[in-house]
Write a protein that binds this ligand. Structure first.
Ligand code: ZN
Length: 175
């Protein structure tokens, strides 16, 4: 297994719209394992392929308390949603920045597992929030894109300042 490099904003490659996975082979399995390892090492609860510069519709997440239950979603599609919830989000591709984002409270997702078998699942809580955040990555969208232009500019300024002071990354949940 290998740890992959995570792209950080304003890298334009984060705006790429990912293409569906068509071949479920060993190479895909390796990518899934590498993404899971990369997510754990970066202490994130989710990671989309886009973030490691692979533009395929694939994401991994783990919202379990002990970070021992990795989940894999390939070609995920939200086929139903309900309610709305506001949650503070962070992102491995936007280090050190946290902001409140409103999303659907509950979602039903259709996806494939790493062997290509289709499945459907109902998600809520952090699991639903994280899945929506990661699917946004596959569509080239970041959580800071939901902020007002003014707020987004402030965030980007903060990010630039932070980069000059190495190591300054406030703690929070990143995905
Ligand atoms: Zn993210």
């Amino acid at each position: 297994m290998a740890k992959l490099e995570i792209l950080e904003t304003p890298d334009a490659r984060l705006k790429t719209v990912a293409k569906p996975v068509e071949i479920f082979d060993d190479e895909l399995s390796r990518l899934v394992e590498d993404m899971i390892e990369t997510m754990y090492e970066a202490q994130g609860i989710g990671l989309a392929a886009t973030q490691v510069n692979v533009h395929k519709r694939l994401l991994v997440l783990d919202v379990s308390d002990n970070q021992d239950t990795p989940r894999v979603y390939i070609n995920p599609e939200i086929i139903g949603s309900e309610g709305s919830e506001t949650c503070e989000e962070g992102c491995l591709s936007v280090p050190g920045i946290y902001a409140e984002v409103s999303r659907a409270e509950k979602v039903r997702v259709a996806a494939r597992d790493r062997d290509g078998n289709p499945f459907e699942e109902d998600l809520d809580g952090m699991h639903a929030v994280c899945l929506q955040h990661e699917i946004d990555h596959l569509n080239g969208k970041l959580f800071i894109d939901y902020l007002s232009p003014l707020k987004r500019r402030m965030v980007i300024k903060k990010l630039e300042k932070q980069r000059k002071i190495a190591g300054e990354k406030p703690a929070g949940t990143v995905f």
